[in-house]
Design a protein around this ligand. Structure first.
Ligand code: ZN
Length: 218
């Protein structure tokens, strides 16, 4: 399978790696009983896990609770390594709302054993996004609000400015670890209010002033 194509304004990119930051909102770290990290906690998903607005997310069977996490997603549109703040800013080419779907019980089990979380975070449609808004068309103020409704009921509702590591800081940190390429995506973490979702649920996620997406659990 070819990696999916990401659309951003008039441009399109083949999706590369998906880097995700965990525990980037203090209140969310606390709601799961986790410590607030000293540096960005990073995990990955393969591009083949991408789903797009309108996705039917198949709830993995016999794997315990499936949680939603609503996040700001950055699209990298430049090649950077050990980049300066300015280079990082220039390489962030677009923004989208995204869902980082997580098998929470499985993650807890793996965490307890000291194993990687990979399989709790990686399955088909575990990373849902929609068309990106070009950074040239939206000046990020961090006053934008992440909002998630499940079957019409608001479950997550928090401004981006509650993030501990901001977009440029995250991209800079990652660019010190590995080269980032056009088409790479970065999920920047979720605010408090995560919860379980079941078959038949309709998720509507938005970041005010940026975009919105919907997905159905099947
Ligand atoms: Zn997440």
């Amino acid at each position: 399978m070819q990696n999916p194509i990401i659309f951003c304004g008039n441009d399109s990119y083949t999706a590369g790696k998906i880097l995700c930051v965990g525990r980037n909102y203090a209140e969310h770290a606390r709601e799961l009983g986790n410590e607030v990290p000293e540096f960005p906690l990073v995990f990955m998903k393969p591009a083949s896990n991408l789903g797009f607005s309108g996705a039917h997310i198949h709830k993995p069977e016999h794997m315990g609770r499936l949680h939603y996490e609503t996040e700001l997603v950055l699209l990298i549109t430049g090649e950077i390594h050990n980049a300066s703040d300015e280079e990082c800013m220039a390489a962030i080419g677009g923004y989208s709302v995204g869902l980082d779907m997580t098998l929470r019980d499985y993650q807890e089990e793996l965490k307890k054993k000291g194993y990687p979380w990979t399989l709790a975070k990686c399955f088909d449609d575990a990373a849902v996004v929609t068309d990106f808004v070009p950074a040239s068309a939206h000046q990020l103020t961090m006053d934008e609000v992440i909002r998630l409704k499940v079957n019409g009921e608001v479950k997550q509702n928090a401004p981006l400015n509650l993030m501990m590591f901001g977009p440029v800081e995250i991209v800079k940190f990652l660019s010190e670890k590995m080269t980032l390429y056009p088409g790479d995506l970065i999920f920047t973490g979720t605010p408090a209010g995560v919860g379980a979702t079941d078959v038949g649920d309709v998720l509507e996620a938005e970041i005010t002033g940026i975009n919105s997406l919907s997905a159905t659990i099947v």
